[in-house]
Design a binder for this molecule. Sequence first.
Ligand SMILES: O=C(O)C1=C[C@@H](OP(=O)(O)O)[C@@H](O)[C@H](O)C1
Ligand SMILES: C=C(OP(=O)(O)O)C(=O)O
Length: 425
Amino acid sequence: MNPIRSIRGILAVPGDKSISHRSVMFGSLANGKTRIRGFLNGADCLSTISCFHAMGIPVEFSSPTELTVFGKGLGGLQAPGKMLDVGNSGTTMRLLSGILAGQSFPSTMTGDASIRKRPMGRVIEPLTRMGANIRSLSGDNLAPLAIEPGVLHGITYHSPVASAQVKSSILLAGLYAQGATTVVEPYVSRNHTEILLRQFGASIAREGAAATLVPGSPLEGIAIEVPADISSAAFFLVAALIVPQGDVVLKNVGINPTRDGIIHVLKRMNGDIELLDVRETNGEAVADIRVRSSRLTGTVVEKGEIPRLIDEIPAIAVAAAFAEGTTTIRDAAELKVKESNRIDAMVAELGKMGADLYGTEDGMVIHGGAPLRGASVESHHDHRIAMSLAVAGLRADGPTTIANSGCISISYPGFFDDLERLARP
Ligand SMILES: O=C(O)C1=C[C@@H](OP(=O)(O)O)[C@@H](O)[C@H](O)C1
Ligand SMILES: C=C(OP(=O)(O)O)C(=O)O
């Protein structure tokens, strides 16, 4: 990564990862064809496809981002002949746990070294309360998981964490339960499951921080346009803000109010960000976003804003390193149980580049303005860390080398090509 002076142009970042996963999952459980456009052809979403393929669901690609899922209805999945492998994808493992809990066949599920360290007790516990037979094979609430058929009943679950993966897992099990299932969260997490399941015909309602699913309605295949992923757009938002000559328009970005926290935070930091042509696709708010170089200032990010930008915190930390004053991020302990411990990873790697920051129990404190120098840094095998460090490198003095950056293909396979196209030395 070399420093640049200018980043300009129009860019469509890849499709939303959360919505791409859900399109394939719900399409598999629906009757008939689901046509998906704007699909994220990244490693995580391909892991979801391979799991459903192993359960007898045909999927046909007509281009890398367009596919048809041939759904077989709520009762149409077949026993997989092998252990399901979710790769690096927490979303796949947790949502699939809820679906598998409702099947009449046994299954087992595993993933890569990172997934096998991430907490699964958060889905095992509520699913068990619903009557599921799900356990950690190692006995420590970690993957691999084994799921046997069970008779499910609806519950009202007060989740200790604001997690869309936990919420979705329980609601998906609710499709197979007797009676209604309600999940109440401390703060509202991303609501793509609620929006998309309703489009497929499920009976699902929201009231404040509670989502309720009433089983009994079949799911029917639909056509889905996946918006561009705000979590991928985040890297270009920050890049355009911090380089001297930044002016980028990001096309067709999902700005669902449960996901748009980064826009609010960067605007609060004095970022010049404009939403153009706000519209709706498949029940999801979408806009083009224009972003220009700005003199950023520090801010506080906490409480209910955290779930609305959880995956963007590494990128926000980079913006904060170039802002005047201090940025404090708190209530974000969830960062420790992602693909890496994202607090430790950002503190260690930005620190190597000369940033003035430290980690706390539930976040970090960044004193902006220290000049960054290019350095040899490490991705911690985490796509969001790798891309955040690449953006920091655009404004550092001298070249930055990011070890193990191949993980970027998890969520944004063409990241470096897009960056190269827009950037000028
Ligand atoms: O439901 C989803 O699609 C996701 C939910 C979030 O995880 P949690 O549910 O663990 O907060 C997020 O970090 C992840 O990238 C995708
Ligand atoms: C945390 C993430 O994904 P997952 O939980 O699906 O692995 C992410 O993409 O930042």
